[in-house]
Design a protein around this ligand. Sequence first.
Ligand SMILES: *Cc1c(COP(=O)(O)O)cnc(C)c1O
Length: 372
Amino acid sequence: MRSRPTAILDVDLDALAANYALLVRIAAPANVAGVVKADAYGLGAAQVARRLAWEGCGSFFVANAAEGVALRPHVPEATIYSLGGLPPGASADCVNHDLVPVLNSVEDVRSWLAEAPGRPAAIQLDTGMTRAGLDAGDLDRLAVEGVPLERLSLVLVLTHFACADEPAHPLNARQVEVFDRLRRRLPAAATSIANSAGTLLGPGYRGDLVRTGIALYGGRPAAAGPNPMREVVRLRARVLQLRDVDDDVTVGYGATHRVRAPARIAIVGAGYADGYPRSLGGRGHASVAGRHVPVIGRVSMDVVTLDVTSVPRDELRVGDWVSLLGGGVPIDALAEAAGTIAYELLTRIGPRVERRYAGAVDGAAFPRTSTD
Ligand SMILES: *Cc1c(COP(=O)(O)O)cnc(C)c1O
C-alpha cells in the first residue's frame, strides 16, 4: 500500500475562477491577464492556466522563457509574455515556442531586432521601481544609436508599480505620468500598468491589460482593509501523534516553550521543509476542528507542534487533518505573523506537499454540465 501523504495543498479552481471573474468585472474595459510565474505562485501553473484559459483568459505572464516553454502546451491559443527579457538563449525559446518577450533594456531591444525581426515583442518602461525596464536615458540611447524602433512589432508597453498596495502613496500617480510621457516615444501599442493591487487603484491606473497574480490566488491585494478575494489555497497536515501532558514539560528544539500540565499537544506532519515558516514557532495558529490553536515551540523540518488542550478529546484523533494555512487561517494574517507576505508563503510551499485540485481544470478534462 502506498503510504498516505502527511501534508496536502488543496487548490480550489472554482474559487480561482470566481476571483478571475471578480477581477474581470473590476478591471473592465481593461482585459485581465493571469500571472503564473513561479509555477503560479506554487499552486501549479498548468492547472491554474488551463482553468483560467477555460474561463476566457487569453494572456499569461511568466518570469522567464523556460517557464514559458513549460506552459505553452497547456495553453496553446494564449499569448504568453515572458517578463525576464532576453538573457542568452531566450530569443530562440521565444521564437520556437511563440512567447512574447518583455524587453527590459537597450540590449534586449537590439537582440530582438537582430534575432527575431518582425516578431511581436513587449517593452517594459521603468517608471520608479528601478528594477527591470527602460528609462528616459535608455530611450535617449536608442535614439542616439539609431536603433530602428519602427521595425519592432510592439504589441504591449508595460510598467510596474512600486507601491500599488498603498493607495495613497504619491508614487502611484507619478509612475503613471512618467509612463504616459515615455511611451509616446515608442511605437503605438496596447498598455499594461497594474498588478493586482494596481487594478484596485482605479481606472486611471490600469491601461489595456492588467497583470493579476496574488488576487487570483486569494491574497489581499491592498496592504490594509478587508480582502474581497475568495480563498483558493489550503495547506493541511495530518495529526501524527497526540500526547497528554501530565507533568510540566518543554517542547521541541531549544526547549523554548514550557507546557503546563494538564495539557494535550498534537504533532502534525508539515514543517519548514514543506514551506511552513520556521518564524511561526510560538507565533502561528492552526485551525483544528473549527478551533484556533497555537503553534508551540520551534517549527521543525518535518513537523509542527500544536497545543490542542482546548479541543474536546473526541473531536481530534491521530490521522485527522488540521489546517495550517487557509481553512480558518487567513493567509495574510499568517504571513504577517511570520514576518513576510502571502506571496512568499505560497511560493515556498515545498515539492513534498501533494497538490490536490477541487473543481474542473478545463472543459476537455472534465466536461461541464449545462447547469455549471
Ligand atoms: C509578479 C508580477 C505581477 C503580479 O503581481 P501581483 O501583485 O501578484 O498581482 C505583475 N507584474 C509584474 C511585472 C510582476 O513581476
